[in-house]
Structure formats: structure tokens, C-alpha cells
Design a protein around this ligand. Structure first.
Ligand SMILES: [Zn+2]
Length: 426
């Protein structure tokens, strides 16, 4: 073999080998897209993402002439991709038919939810449904019933706990494989102590409202994993020394806060007789609509004095300040809407409202995207599989037409959503 021949042969071989590896077919390839890297706070341009089965198989820099072997090729030119959003405070497990909202949640980029209280049978059913077919709905974590005091705030879906029945109830929930225990406002301190001990022994977190019978400091020390809403935390805002001490304590105990600022916006609106109407209203369950209309009527019949009105608006202003204070001091935040727990909160859409509210407080969009994507997966202990756009992670992805880092409101300009490697919204 002369030099020319061997040169030609080596060229053929050299080219042939990469061809072999290229012959792997992917289910979906998204080419030439900008990846929003929430961990390193940067945008990585010109990436090609290969999806096989449920996972992101490969990410590489886009090459102009590289042949792509795939059934579905999405041109990502000018677009942005990030991991799916999590609504960390939702109530969908109170009625059998609420899984009909899954396509709506997907259409707003929600690929994971934490259900904060409902029917345990429905929770189990919904979880099994998504386990069996991961494209059929968002990944679901849930508590089952709400654990409250002897006379619960909400009679439906609450279990009244006393020192006498606490162990039995917790055991029963534990054996039914709930993901965490949801604690509520009227739990006595002694019962909460028992829940905290159970939580430690069985390694099952408890999260929810700060009870009226403990201070936020006590709840944090007991190990309550997340505080929902701003219940009891508002007590801290006029005492700067106490607030600073609480922040230090919460950070050392790894206490998370899910402020659900959007519900406070709604409350402030209700006081002004404003009831936010969105086209999603028509898609809602009739029972939900009835409840909303009842609340609306009740509100409309209640005329506030000028002073009361001013007070409600002032309260909302302070609630926003408090959330900003938590953010500024490094308390990890979760995003939640309280859909189906609070009236005139819309499935999927209201998570984007929550994000916009945080941006209006001065929180950088990148940080808000973190709260919507990676934070929940760290909180839930599933960040190895979810939360970022990385090889081997689940292909739960949102493609946006505009850059969300320049304005968080661009998260509403959704091009495509994928759940477990399948397009669920185009
Ligand atoms: Zn709730």
C-alpha cells in the first residue's frame, strides 16, 4: 500500500468511525438553542440537545454540517431552554377529576407539583397514573390529608389530631406512602412535638403552616421543613432584632419558605372588590367556580371603610417587603400558588404571576428561575434527576421564544414543553 492509498484509507476509517456512533437515533433533537444554566447563572448559546426515551442523552455544541438522526428535530434558533417549573403549593388531590387540568399545567411549563393537602386515595391514584405513564401528568409529591388540631380549620381533608391518636394516624399515612406530613394552623405544641419526633425517626419531612400555638422560631427548631405562606412570620416584621435572629435560625435549620405572594395580592384585590378574571376560568371545575363565586359575593357584601381599605393595602406592601427581606438574607424560597386552596388563583398561569411579583420586588430573574426549577428538586432530594438541563437528567423541558433572564414575564411566551422526553405542549 503506498502512502496515498493508506492516507485515503485512514481518511475513510477516520470518517467512518464517528459515523457509526452517529447512527444512534434519538427520539427528539433540539438544535442550536440557548441553554439557561440556573446553577452557574449563565446562558450557554448554540447547544444541541439529544433526547432518548425519558432522558437528556447528550448535549453538545451545535455544528453547522453535522447530520442529525432523529424522528423529531426542533430548530431552537433564537430560542431558550430550561428545566420544567414546579408549583410547590397546589391542591389538586381533593377531587377525582382534577387530573383533567394536567394539559393546562403542562401548557404553562409546570412539570412537577407538590400537593399540599387533599384526599389520600386520590393522591395515590394520581401518583400511580404518572408513575405508569410519566407523560400523562406532572411529577407529583403529596401529603394526603391536612393534619390539624381537634377542631380543624377546614373540615374536608383534615384529620383532627390529639396526643391520643397522633401515632396511629401518622403510622397509617406512613404505610400509605405519603411523601411528607402537612401540618396546619391549629396543632397544639405537644402534638407538633410528636410529629417532629416521628418525622425524625421515620425520615419523613413535615411541612405546612406555622401553628398558632408555636412561634416561627419553635417551628424551625422542631425541623418543620417548609413554612407555607407568611402565617405567623408577619409577627416578626416590626421587630428587627427578632427578625434577624429568626433568619439566622431558619438558615441554620435549613427551613424553607414558600411565600405564595400571589395569594396576598389576591386578598388585597378582593378588599378593593377586584376579582381577577382569566380565560382559564372556563376550564375550571364547577365546584371550584361555585366556591369562588360564593367568596366573591360575600366580599362584595362587605363594605370596607376607607381606613380598613388602606390597612389591607399597607399589609400587602409589608408582606412584599418581608419576602424581599428573606430573599436578601439568603433564606431558600419555593414558588407556590395555592391553586384550589385560594380563590381566583389559576392553574399554571398563577405561577408566572408569582414569578412576576418577585421580579417586581427587585429579585433578579435568574434567581427566580432557580426557585422555579432547581430549588424544588433540592428541597425534594431529587436534584440528581430533575431541575437542570444536563445529560442523563429527565427531559422535563420548556422551550421559550424569548429570553426569561431579561424579563421574567417572557416565561409566558412558551414554544414547546416536554415531559419525560415527550412533547406535551406545542
Ligand atoms: Zn394551601
Amino acid at each position: 500500500m503506498n502512502m496515498t492509498k493508506s492516507f485515503v484509507l485512514s481518511l475513510i476509517l477516520f470518517n467512518w468511525l464517528p459515523c457509526l456512533s452517529q447512527s444512534t437515533t434519538y427520539d427528539i433533537v433540539i438544535k442550536n438553542i440557548s441553554v439557561i444554566d440556573v446553577q452557574n447563572l449563565k446562558i450557554i448559546p448554540k447547544q444541541t440537545i439529544h433526547i432518548k426515551d425519558e432522558r437528556i442523552a447528550k448535549i453538545e455544541r451545535s455544528k453547522k454540517y453535522k447530520k442529525i438522526v432523529s424522528d423529531t428535530i426542533i430548530d431552537g434558533t433564537g430560542k431558550f431552554i430550561l428545566s420544567g417549573f414546579w408549583d410547590m403549593h397546589i391542591h389538586i388531590c381533593w377531587k377525582e377529576n382534577l387530573n383533567n387540568l394536567y394539559p393546562t399545567l403542562f401548557s404553562y411549563g409546570i412539570t412537577g407539583v407538590r400537593d399540599m393537602g387533599g384526599d389520600i386515595k386520590i393522591l395515590t391514584k394520581f401518583k400511580n397514573q404518572v408513575k405508569g405513564n410519566p407523560h400523562s401528568g406532572p411529577t407529583l409529591f403529596g401529603a394526603g390529608p391536612i393534619l390539624d388540631g381537634e377542631k380543624p380549620v377546614h373540615l374536608d381533608f383534615s384529620v383532627p389530631l390529639t396526643q391520643n391518636n397522633v401515632r396511629k394516624v401518622l403510622d397509617s399515612l406512613y404505610f400509605q406512602k405519603i411523601d411528607f406530613l402537612k401540618v396546619y394552623s391549629l396543632l397544639p405544641k405537644t402534638v407538633l412535638d410528636s410529629i417532629a419526633n416521628y418525622s425524625k425517626a421515620k425520615k419523613i419531612p413535615f411541612a405546612g403552616h406555622v401553628s398558632e400555638y408555636v412561634t416561627p422560631e419553635e417551628a424551625s427548631i422542631l425541623g418543620q421543613k417548609s413554612f407555607e405562606h407568611l402565617n405567623r412570620l408577619e409577627d416578626l416584621q416590626n421587630d428587627t432584632i427578632r427578625l434577624s435572629a429568626f433568619i439566622g435560625l431558619a438558615k441554620s435549620n435549613n427551613t424553607w419558605i414558600c411565600p405564595t405572594l400571589i395569594i396576598y395580592k389576591r386578598k388585597a384585590e378582593f378588599a378593593k372588590n377586584v376579582f381577577y378574571a382569566h380565560s382559564l376560568y372556563n376550564e375550571l371545575d364547577n365546584d371550584l367556580k361555585t366556591e369562588w363565586e360564593q367568596v366573591k359575593k360575600k366580599r362584595q357584601n362587605k363594605i370596607l371603610t376607607e381606613e380598613e381599605l388602606l390597612q389591607t393595602q399597607e399589609r400587602y406592601k409589608n408582606q412584599k417587603k418581608l419576602v424581599k427581606r428573606f430573599y436578601d438574607n439568603g433564606i431558600p424560597l419555593l414558588l407556590g400558588t395555592d391553586f384550589a386552596g385560594m380563590q381566583f388563583i389559576y392553574p399554571g398561569y398563577s405561577l408566572h404571576e408569582e414569578m412576576a411579583l418577585l421580579q417586581d420586588l427587585g429579585i433578579p430573574p435568574f434567581e427566580i428561575l432557580k426557585m422555579a426549577t432547581i430549588n424544588p428538586t433540592l428541597f425534594l432530594g431529587i436534584s440528581k434527576l430533575y431541575g437542570t438541563v444536563e445529560e442523563n437528567k429527565m427531559a422535563d423541558l420548556i422551550i421559550l421564544n424569548e429570553n426569561p433572564v431579561t424579563d421574567i414575564r417572557n416565561t409566558l411566551n412558551i414554544n414547546t414543553v416536554l415531559k419525560a422526553g415527550k412533547i406535551v405542549k406545542k
